[in-house]
Design a protein around this ligand. Structure first.
Ligand code: PLP
Length: 408
């Protein structure tokens, strides 16, 4: 029994999917780091949008368009307040973290010069590696890696050695999707700024679990994905400091992002529209605001405390299984456990767990450099959300034991 202010049984009723069966068993959904589930409060907002006021935004004089515009812009303000960003126009709606990072990487094409350096942490998701490699190819900039240790913690002393006047950009996740490590991003941001480098924090895995105060952090860019924070897929956020967003060129050209267009010259719209070309994911944007309201209704600190208890319990139980190795034992972690059982392929365990109705992730988790570091091809990853329970952890542990006995 975990002592918590959250009423988990009531919360679970908000998530229709949690009552379904998979392969004849009640679903145990432990793939939250990939995509979290959606409460009916958020589903209802999407249904309401399409049922009552589906219309294009920012352009129509008619009532439906006004209603949709208001709801979309209110959601932007909700996100601004949630992140404690200074202005709503620093919140750009994107399709997700990948899109957000690519906007910044594209923008830096006109800023970086040959020989400039970008520092990237060793524990990034591919979406925070590949866009920077592409940027380096375009500009002649050099990508350098901030190393990590076996615990899955970044080596800040090595980071300090790598920083120099050549460093123009530092990119790092707030929380590692493969290991669960919570990185000391305030320290990383401050050090980067001491060297005049801009810093982008990939917050995809942090936003669902941790309170983010963007003004206190002073990050130049921060990203998140709606589908990891109880919102829909296809919507996310790029936060950028006003000065940076004004400095970067637009990513895509098209409708909505212009001030004036002639065949001779086009001038661009002000923020945030400069980065929101074309018709956005309106329902998704509105629903993301609803998802954030939903989570804030419980309080992220209560959510984090409860999930921490789930993590401790699961870590203890899984560690007791002979031959089981956990990757990533950082002192600060979110509720992610990556593990393998000696001599057994993660895919085989994942398949047996699925037959038992337990959804986990297997593979490299879009973080192949981490797998290379541990000299493995992949892991089994169980990632918990605030609607998971100790009973579900027990089912995972039983499932792993069963898989182990079948496959050994
Ligand atoms: C740390 C991290 N960064 C970036 C991404 C990419 O997010 P999306 O696929 O929503 O763009 C993910 C998704 O798993 C992630 O975990």
């Amino acid at each position: 029994m975990i002592e918590t202010k959250l009423n988990i049984e009531t919360i679970r009723k908000d998530f229709p999917i949690l009552s379904r069966k998979v392969n004849g068993y009640p679903l145990v959904y432990l793939d939250n780091a990939a995509t979290s589930q959606t409460p009916k409060q958020v589903i209802d907002v999407i249904v309401d949008y399409y049922s009552r006021y589906n219309a294009n935004i920012h352009r129509g004089i008619h009532s439906l368009s006004q209603e949709a515009t208001d709801a979309f812009e209110n959601s932007r303000s909700t996100i601004q307040k949630h992140l404690n960003a200074k202005y709503p126009h620093e919140v750009i709606f994107t399709s997700g973290t990948t899109h957000s990072i690519n906007i910044v990487a594209n923008g830096f094409s006109s800023i970086l010069k040959k020989g400039d350096e970008i520092l990237v942490s060793a524990m990034e998701h591919h979406s925070n590696i590949v866009p920077w490699q592409m940027l380096c190819e375009r500009t002649g900039a050099i990508l350098k890696v901030i190393p990590m240790n076996h615990q899955g913690e970044l080596l800040l002393s090595s980071f300090e050695v790598l920083l120099s006047s050549r460093t123009k950009l530092v990119v790092c996740n707030h929380v590692s999707n493969a290991l669960g490590t919570i990185n000391p991003i305030k320290q990383i941001i401050d050090l980067s700024h001491q060297f005049g480098a801009a810093i982008l924090i990939d917050g995809a895995q942090a936003a669902p679990h941790l309170t983010v105060d963007i003004q206190e952090l002073e990050a130049d860019f921060y990203t998140l994905s709606g589908h990891k924070i109880c919102g829909p897929t296809g919507i996310g956020v790029l936060y950028g400091k006003e000065a940076w967003l004004n400095k970067l060129p637009p990513y895509q050209g098209g409708g909505e992002m212009i001030s004036e267009v002639t065949f001779e010259k086009t001038t661009y719209a002000d923020l945030p529209h400069k980065f929101e070309a074309g018709t956005p994911n309106i329902a998704g944007g509105i629903a993301l605001g609803a998802a954030i309201d939903y989570i804030n209704g419980f309080g992220l600190h209560y959510i984090a405390a409860y999930e921490h208890e789930l993590l401790s319990y699961a870590t203890k139980k899984l560690s007791a299984i002979e031959g089981l190795e956990i990757y990533g034992q950082a002192s600060e972690k979110t509720s992610v456990i990556s593990f393998n059982i000696k001599g057994i392929h993660p895919y085989d365990i994942g398949s047996i767990l699925d037959k038992l109705g337990i959804a986990v992730r297997t593979g490299h988790h879009c973080a192949q450099p981490i797998m290379d570091y541990y000299n493995i091809s992949g892991t089994i990853r169980a990632s918990f959300c605030f609607y998971n329970t100790l009973d579900e952890v027990d089912r995972l542990v039983e499932g792993v034991l069963k898989a182990k006995s079948m496959l050994s």
